[in-house]
Design a protein. Sequence first.
Length: 260
Amino acid sequence: MTLVAMAGQAPGSFNSGQPRATEDPATVAHGKTLYGINCQACHGADLRGGDMGGPNLLRSQAALSDEHGEMIVPIIQGARQAQGMPNIGLSDQDAGAVAAYLRSMIGAIGSQGKPPGEEKPLDIVVGDPGRGSNYFAAHCNTCHSTTDDLKGIASRFPEPKTLQARWLAGGPLTGRNSAATKATAEVTTKPGQPASGSLVHIDDFLVTLRLSDGTERSYRRDGPTPHVVVHDPLQKHRDMLPTYTDENVHDITAYLVTLK
């Protein structure tokens, strides 16, 4: 009852991600019609199994491995009758059209095993822009301005998911890497002799700076020695992340997408 792998198929040919050549649209359309008449009752309109108990063709090794009908056509024409797949009486041309249709469907399989078909974009703009504006006024406008760094942000990031990811991370919101968002640090090994630069790495045992001449310098840390002061422009964003509710995130995004 299924287009299962034929005897003698090479091991390892099960490959749902193999490149697929573009099929002839007219052939695919003809094959879809034939599939609906002859195959759909067993294998389903979406190839994932039908009312008569036919198995999922999207997981069929033969269908996944077929390139020119060499795997599918013989099965359609009776090569697997002993296993329950009947000869449905199609000519080579018609069977080849069905094979082309199956390949076109398999080529449209979505990520993570999603069924074939056009994937609809996820609409994340579900919040209240009014509430988002109020939240911004209460928590964000001491560092950000809708007439300065956020002016036209929705035009710079027209995809709401990207915009949301940007503001949650804290920047840069200009669309370019910005030195203003990078952490710096001062390391004092001797009183009155601090070294400063861009912060490359810090943990309980080591701190590494990139100095103004481009070189990097590392200092071993032993408790409070040496004295290290970090200046991180994004620390406020990191501190706020645990405080956001889902409603806050949705509302702020809904507000920001209005700033065109």
